[in-house]
Design a protein around this ligand. Structure first.
Ligand code: GAR
Length: 197
């Protein structure tokens, strides 16, 4: 069984969509894959409650408890490494994980580290993507699932979804519209990876 490890920092709606898809679509029997653990850098992350309610293991690694970014990432890598099996490296999904990862971490999980970002990359890397898209006068916004490389919000694009920016949109309204699409494209990207495409 291939383990899937999901990293969150907050609400965890993308994680929840993946958990529901894995259950409904029987990823275990179809793809030999299992969402094994949800890790958070924040104990108060709402998504943890959902994961626990689904019988999924959870763990919290509070980044503030570590002296450096490198020390936190090393501990995180160890926690994830526990889910690697011989010949079956875990798939590591960042789902609203709001930490910039060190090159050492990214290199350790290279090729199996995936992120979802709330913009149409390569536009609007970083934070406040919806506000920036509105301010720039964009007529469309969206989300991107991509491989993680050492350069923030770069890496090859696996899936994208586009939504309209409506007149008088607020960042929150646009974010909610984008989020519904995120749930669809993250599932699609992961299924393709599990299918080996
Ligand atoms: C999502 O919009 C995700 O794309 C974004 O955080 C939100 C998390 O929502 N991620 C980033 O901004 C990463 N830079 P969720 O916790 O409900 O999945």
């Amino acid at each position: 069984m291939k383990n899937i490890v999901i990293l969150i920092s907050g609400g965890g709606s993308n994680m929840a969509a993946l958990v529901r898809a894995a259950e409904c679509e029987q990823w275990g029997t179809r793809y030999g894959a299992k969402i094994a653990v949800v890790l958070s850098n924040k104990a108060e992350a709402k998504g943890l409650e959902f994961a626990r309610s689904q019988g999924i293991a959870t763990a919290v690694l509070d980044h503030k408890a570590y002296a450096s970014r490198e020390a936190f990432d090393a501990a995180l890598a160890d926690a994830i490494g526990a889910y690697d099996r011989p010949g079956q490296p875990a798939l590591v999904l960042l789902a609203g994980f709001m930490r910039i990862l060190t090159p050492a971490f990214v290199e350790r999980f290279a090729g199996r580290l995936i992120n979802i970002h709330p913009s149409l990359l390569p536009a609007f890397t970083g934070l406040h993507t919806h506000q920036r898209a509105i301010e720039a006068g964009c007529k469309f916004a969206g989300a991107t699932v991509h491989r993680v490389t050492t350069e923030l919000d770069h890496g090859s694009i696996l899936e994208q979804a586009v939504v309209p920016v409506l007149p008088n949109d607020s960042p929150a309204a646009l974010a909610a519209r984008v989020l519904t699409q995120e749930h669809l494209i993250y599932r699609r990207a992961v299924v393709r990876l599990l299918q080996g495409n």
